[in-house]
Ligand binder design. Structure first.
Ligand code: PLP
Length: 496
């Protein structure tokens, strides 16, 4: 199966090439030329399999240029070796009648980014080998916290890759900083930028766009790449857990093969929820996909009115991984809904120029047949954490709480009795200050580790290994750079 650009430019390419390139030459995103379809027997065949085996089956439908051995190795390296703190990798947990949480945060960095960022580096390394590309891929990341650590952990010691992560010196939490500064691996670098996240991100963009520097790198055998969520190799791993959760619901006796389920997804860049859309298009019995946002509710407005307008106030919320005003992966949905690359190109140009675009009525209607949307402000998010704990003794993180409440609002409005699976995207330990405050605890004067201990007294799960060991882990990185000198840090790291 080949991949084409959402904007119609360039030739169709193999999955391996799409993963190495990241972005299509015309600035569009790679999408599969056709979406593979599955039948009931396919779902039936997943029931008695481990998560890894389920992943291999789903991935092989899209990675038709990979051998079974290659897919096997990628999946085992990503999800095997006890990297996840549960054998199930991604458990589906019943919290209330008809309400389930799909816990996506049992990986090494305790956030859902691990699901994709453990597998993407394996895909990249395998693709380089398959294609005979000799260059070493240098992954540049600017992070506001979670992505940096997840990318470092995924890429560490992966052949033919190096990774350098820039984070704003004062812009990440103490835990997030420690997670990065203690990162092991012989191909990793972590650099604090004297500036904010935008400075770090602009710096990375400048390096990507510096033609002469990229030529110099090519001469030295290096090629820059990014690990952000527009890469097909980051989206694809996320399709798997929709299938896996459905199979688990059958195994739990909650649904019969063929019954429909709803999924509510806490959304930022529209990657996670789009993976659910692919699963539905493939034939998984999904009724609705409900898009949950925080106060940055640009997607709620779009899915309700058909107008995407990023010209609005930006809010810093307690669910920071969803503080996004440009949801890049929406472009893929627009392509699949219209199959009209000219239209998609036009809308993306309008977004670039005016910060907004409006889709036609037919497209909006088609989108609304599958998607619903809702949002929650910070106060209601705190209330939700408190009430879910009071009612169900379940401690939800802030992102999960947004989705939980949006899901309840949806059910109340529609009176549906269809099982609701809510995607849980972070361990509550990762956002312990907001979670503890919501639960009525006094967090004043407590350091991060005291907060972890406090939460451990309340939560059913112990403190994740990766966070617990930070207290004693040695600091391995100490580089700091001025925001205009990030390029020097790259050269220094690559010894050029
Ligand atoms: C990245 C992230 C999200 C949003 O996922 P998208 O794929 O960007 O929509 C939600 N919750 C957490 C904890 C995240 O890290």
């Amino acid at each position: 199966m080949d991949y084409i650009s959402t904007r119609g430019g360039g030739n169709a390419v193999s999955a391996a090439r799409a993963i190495i390139k990241g972005l299509a030459t015309d600035g569009g995103l790679f999408v599969p030329q056709t979406i593979p379809s599955i039948d009931k027997d396919f779902i039936q065949s997943l029931l008695n399999l481990s998560y890894q085996e389920r992943a291999k089956k789903v991935l092989s439908l899209y990675l038709t240029d990979f051998t079974n051995q290659e897919i096997n190795d990628c999946v085992e390296n990503a999800y095997g070796n006890n990297k996840f703190d549960t054998d199930k990798v991604v458990p589906t947990v019943q919290v209330e009648d008809n309400n389930y949480l799909l816990e996506l945060w049992h990986g090494p960095t305790s956030a859902f980014k691990d699901m994709a960022l453990q597998l993407l580096p394996q895909f990249i390394s395998t693709s380089l080998k398959k294609l005979g590309d000799k260059n070493e891929l240098v992954i540049l990341v600017a992070t506001s916290g979670d992505t940096g650590k997840a990318a470092l952990d995924g890429f560490k010691d992966v052949p033919q890759t190096k990774i350098i992560v820039f984070y704003p010196q004062e812009g990440v939490s103490k835990i997030q900083r420690l997670q990065m500064l203690t990162q092991e691996g012989n191909n990793v670098a972590v650099v604090a930028v004297q500036g904010n996240f935008d400075d770090a991100q602009s710096g990375v963009k400048q390096i990507f766009n510096d033609t002469s520097y990229n030529e110099l790198l090519a001469q030295k055998g290096f090629q820059l790449s990014s690990a952000n969520s527009i890469n097909w190799g980051r989206l694809l791993p996320q399709i798997v857990y929709y299938f896996s959760s459905y199979a688990d619901l059958i195994n739990m006796g909650k649904i019969k093969l063929g019954d429909k389920v709803n999924f509510t997804v806490p959304t930022g860049n529209f990657g996670d929820i789009l993976a659910g859309f692919y699963a539905k298009c493939m034939g998984l019995p999904v009724n609705r996909l409900i898009c949950a946002s925080n106060a940055n509710n640009v997607l709620t407005d779009f899915l309700t009115t058909g107008t995407y307008d990023k010209n609005r106030e930006f809010f810093k919320t307690i669910s920071p991984s969803m503080d996004i005003l440009i949801s890049s992966n929406l472009e893929r949905l627009l392509y699949h809904m219209t199959k009209d690359t000219e239209k998609v190109k036009k809308w993306m140009q309008q977004l670039q120029q005016d910060g907004k675009y409006t889709v036609d009525d037919a497209t909006l209607k088609a989108i609304q047949e599958t998607f619903c949307a809702g949002y929650l402000n910070d106060t209601d998010t705190m209330d939700c954490i408190k009430s879910v704990y009071a009612k169900d003794k379940y401690v939800a993180d802030t992102h999960t709480a947004v989705a939980w409440q949006v899901a309840q609002d949806y059910t109340a409005k529609t009176n549906e009795t269809i099982p609701m699976v809510i995607l849980s995207t972070a361990s509550p330990y990762k956002f312990n200050d907001s979670v503890l405050t919501a639960l009525g605890e006094d967090i004043a004067d407590k350091d991060e580790f005291a907060l972890l201990d406090k939460l451990a007294q309340i939560n059913k799960d112990p403190i994740p290994q990766g966070l617990a060991k930070l207290k004693t882990a040695p600091i391995l990185h100490n580089k700091v750079c001025e925001k205009q000198h990030m390029i020097n840090s790259v050269s220094e790291f690559l010894n050029i």
